[in-house]
Design a protein around this ligand. Sequence first.
Ligand code: FNR
Length: 188
Amino acid sequence: PVIKVAAICGSIRKASSNRGLIRSAIEICEESVKGMQIELLDVSPLPMINTDLEVNGRFPPAVEVFRQKVLAADSILFASPEYNYSVTPPLKNAIDWASRPPNVWADKAAAIVSSAGGSGGRRAQHHLRQIGVFVDLHFINKPEFSINGHELPTKFDSEGNLVDPETKERLKKVLQALQAFTLRLQGR
Ligand code: FNR
């Protein structure tokens, strides 16, 4: 069966370069990574985490939809900028909602890519890996993928579309590694 990947973007900006990475990953997958399908999950309709919104074991509708999609995925592709050396609030909010019992992240494979400022989001990547320990996500370690702020204008257009062929090739290697690791994790 085809590996289903849920892609989650840590930036809700219209011209987000990280969402551009996900759009590019979807295209690369359709063109040249057989056996894997990526769907972008929108985190912007999720309310701010508040357990008062859980009533009789039910979550708000947008949260239910998000949790179902995470649960149905074999693996997760995160693309996120770094905010003040960490993951962004929209991303942490999404992680927190889906971690409420039953934790729907459990035992899934994951990969993280980032486009951010000076450090390319590497500190946020490391924080996300730490969060992954508790929510039981299994991240691939290699290849690492990050894009520095000063590289941004040469790699993306003004709408956040990835336009650099060499970077697309590096992104493809991340997808191939995620696919191989997901198959291993599932004993396939
Ligand atoms: C940032 N940015 C940033 N960049 C970085 O490398 N390290 C950091 O600690 C921060 N901190 C930070 C805080 C806040 C509040 C904002 C709004 C921004 C820059 C940010 O990562 C950069 O603008 C990314 O390019 C945004 O990604 P999108 O929206 O294009 O996907």
